[in-house]
Ligand binder design. Structure first.
Ligand code: SAH
Length: 688
């Protein structure tokens, strides 16, 4: 059997449905999954084990048999903990078939075949009774169904159903309770991920300011959670305006309601400022006493000794619909609204309580300004990056003339507006999707540019001279940025589009950027290596079957692939100098033959070579470049600073070479990198 997978083709920019082996989907799921990260989460595992032991003994002390329901068993880990703790029987429910199969193997290998029954179903399909999946209702409910936002993976409806149909009244639950905490902050950096700040452009006759449409002001944005490694956000990048407050909590041992609702707390700001952002995280108490607590609190809230790195649970950044000035000591109300799967926030000044209550509507936020549909959070940040804009302005100024006919190829780009203000005679831009069109309609209007910039509603290969009013393009510009790009080099679609419009270019056309280069560096990760490293045993249970499964899925594709990660969130140190490995000359068309590079890169520092990081640099004009990867190596230890708005490509080495001293260093890593111009993909191989 075959399945179809949607993937953007980097040579056409279009979504294509590729036929893949039926196993492709789940190999992707497993290879990119967070199971390994969960198994490495010692703090989580130890506390679950403690909580489960305590729950089993409470039930036993009452003289009852301990019957466990483990919803979402994954590897079977929590059921095995329960069985070892003396549970009489465990029902281990897992909806994802490959995982359920793995759980069967792991349970058998660890000798729990008689104690644990794996049920490959969604919990809401599980039946209870003499002929059912479960003989009787359970009196211990164990789950780990939480995401960074706590409820995003459907924990609430799952609990609601389990209490109605699968567990006894008064059952023990591990975890017993979850609590969501919030803190109000002001942060220009984080706010820049949500609103477009005015863009100042120095032009010959003064300064132009590009503004956003008024609809953006109160726009609540999109409901998708913004989850980040908040521990990588330096304290200088935000100002704390309130204490940490408890927003709401859920008792998992009692019936749970998943229906939409809201929670409200009163806050007294500890500092005056602009309330923009609600930072949020949760903790879980594994037992009713609250003695076994597992918390996601960030570094400024908890002691560093309690620190556990994890990627499957991080922290949330919520954007208030608009920034609200608050005064120290002046009471405000913060409201958390939630539906079954997501949470969003509102802030109100203290007025009459009744008046505030009337204001609460629990409808999920809908973007009204279109910008949040067009730009994701990192893209907002990138467009608000003044330094970056300056580089583009500087280079546009170098190349634009009063008779320039300019065409822009990039998604949701402000370059056409810059080109217009910087004096191009005619400016046009491509538009691939509806959100672009709707947003730019409002945006051009807000800046009185409706008749100044034309959006061409077609694809580069279908461009005709009538689109261009029979003119030839003298300046072709791009950032390049495309929403469908997953890996850095997918933005080379710019090169393909440039090739497609070749017949419309003047013979001495200027292409900006004039070229791009692919750079590479060998690194040691502080933590990210964990997501790829085998686990072996976990709390004494043999989970090697899971390791093998992940390895098998990673090897499913013939050539291993690089994967995108925003490295500002994942510290690493460089073990080699950065090296330019390939260049792409946009002044020429895409060649027929592939581009390849073989060579070696010297290791300069001792450390563990976990993998290679790759990124693109764009050469806008003579001596003006922008990097989408390494910004700088900040000290002699090799700590790296990465572009905070872009994902870099990470290629994990299958075996890690560790060197304690410089003398036992392998002196170099050899590489072979091949850019296939037919597919737009890059294949690579490294030898240590
Ligand atoms: N319990 C394991 C794995 C947790 S990951 C551990 O702690 O290590 C959560 C798992 O729950 C995933 O494998 C997912 O497929 C499964 N899952 C989520 N909701 C479910 C539901 N309602 N019924 C059955 N399985 C579910």
């Amino acid at each position: 059997m075959k399945t179809f997978c949607g993937r953007a083709n980097p040579t056409t920019g279009a979504m294509e449905w590729l036929e893949e082996d039926e196993n492709y989907d789940y190999h992707q799921e497993i290879a990119r999954s967070r199971y390994a990260d969960m198994l490495h989460d010692k703090d989580r595992n130890v506390k679950y084990y403690q909580g489960i032991r305590a729950a089993v003994s409470r039930v036993k002390e009452r003289g009852e048999k301990a019957i466990v329901l483990d919803i979402g068993t994954g590897t079977g880990l929590l059921s095995m903990m329960a069985a070892s703790a003396g549970a009489d029987f465990c029902y281990a429910v897992e909806v994802f078939k490959p995982m359920a199969n793995a759980a069967v193997k792991i349970v058998e290998k660890n000798g729990f075949r008689d104690k644990i029954k794996v049920i490959n179903k969604h919990s809401t399909e599980v039946t209870v009774g003499p002929d059912g999946d479960m003989q009787c209702r359970a009196n211990i409910l164990v789950t780990e169904l939480f995401d960074t936002e706590l409820i995003g993976e459907g924990a609430l409806p799952t609990y609601e159903h389990a209490h109605k149909y699968l567990v006894q009244e008064g059952c023990e639950a591990v975890p017993h309770r979850a609590t969501v905490y919030v803190q109000l902050v002001e942060s220009k950096r984080m706010w820049s991920w949500n609103k477009l700040f005015p863009v100042h452009v120095e032009v010959e006759d003064g300064e132009k300011i590009i503004v956003s449409p008024s609809e953006m002001e109160n726009c609540p944005g999109v409901p998708s959670v913004c989850d980040i490694q908040l521990n990588q956000m330096p304290s200088s990048d935000f100002t704390i305006l309130s204490d940490v407050v408890m927003m709401f909590s859920v008792d998992f041992s009692k019936p749970v309601r998943s229906a939409s609702t809201y929670y409200r707390v009163q806050l007294e700001p500890i500092k005056s400022g602009k309330a923009q952002i609600v930072l949020s995280w949760w903790d879980i108490d594994m037992d009713p006493s609250g003695m076994i607590n597992c918390t996601m609190a960030p570094y400024w809230v908890k002691s560093t000794s309690a620190f556990q790195w994890r990627d499957h649970w991080m922290q949330c950044v919520y954007f208030l619909p608009n920034e609200e000035p608050v005064l120290q000591g002046e009471k405000v109300y913060l409201t958390a609204c939630r539906d079954e799967y997501s949470v969003w926030y509102k802030l109100q000044k203290a007025r009459g309580e009744e008046e505030n209550k009337a204001d609460v509507r629990v409808e999920s936020p809908v973007c009204r300004c279109q910008a949040h549909l067009l730009w994701n959070r990192p893209r907002f940040g990138e467009l608000n990056d003044r330094n970056r804009t300056r580089q583009y302005v500087k280079s546009l100024m170098k190349v634009l003339k009063t008779d320039s006919v300019c065409l822009c190829i990039s998604d949701g780009s402000l370059l056409p507006v810059l080109a217009h203000y910087l004096g191009a005679k005619q400016v046009q831009s491509f538009d691939k999707n509806c959100a672009t069109f709707l947003f730019f309609f409002k945006f051009f209007k807000a800046n009185h540019l409706e008749d100044k910039i034309k959006i061409i509603e077609t694809r580069p290969e279908l461009l005709t001279s009538s689109h261009l009013e029979d003119k030839k393009i003298s300046v072709l510009v791009g950032e390049p940025f495309f929403t469908t790009s997953l890996l850095p080099w997918h933005n080379l679609y710019f090169w393909y589009a440039r090739t497609a419009v070749t017949s419309h270019l003047t013979s001495n056309v200027t292409v900006l950027p004039q070229s791009a280069s692919l750079h590479m560096m060998i690194v040691e990760f502080q933590d990210l290596w964990r997501i790829r490293s085998p686990c072996g045993t976990c709390e004494g249970f043999d989970v090697q079957t899971m390791d093998d499964m992940i390895k098998n899925s990673l090897n499913f594709r013939e050539s291993k692939e690089a994967e995108p990660h925003p490295l500002w969130e994942y510290p690493c140190k460089s073990l080699s100098d950065p090296q330019e490995v390939l260049t792409f000359d946009f002044r020429k068309t895409v060649p027929q033959h592939s581009l390849s590079a073989v060579g070696s890169v010297n290791l300069l520092r001792k450390g563990k070579s976990h993998g290679a990081v790759l990124w693109m640099e764009y050469h806008l004009a003579a001596d003006i470049s922008v990097s989408t990867g390494l910004m700088q190596i900040s000290n002699e230890k090799g700590n790296c600073e990465w572009n905070p708005h872009c994902k870099q490509a990470v290629y994990f080495f299958s075996s890690v070479i560790e060197s304690e001293t410089l003398s036992d260093l392998p002196s170099a890593v050899t590489y072979a990198i091949n850019f296939n111009t037919k597919t737009g993909e890059i294949a690579m191989d490294f030898k240590l």
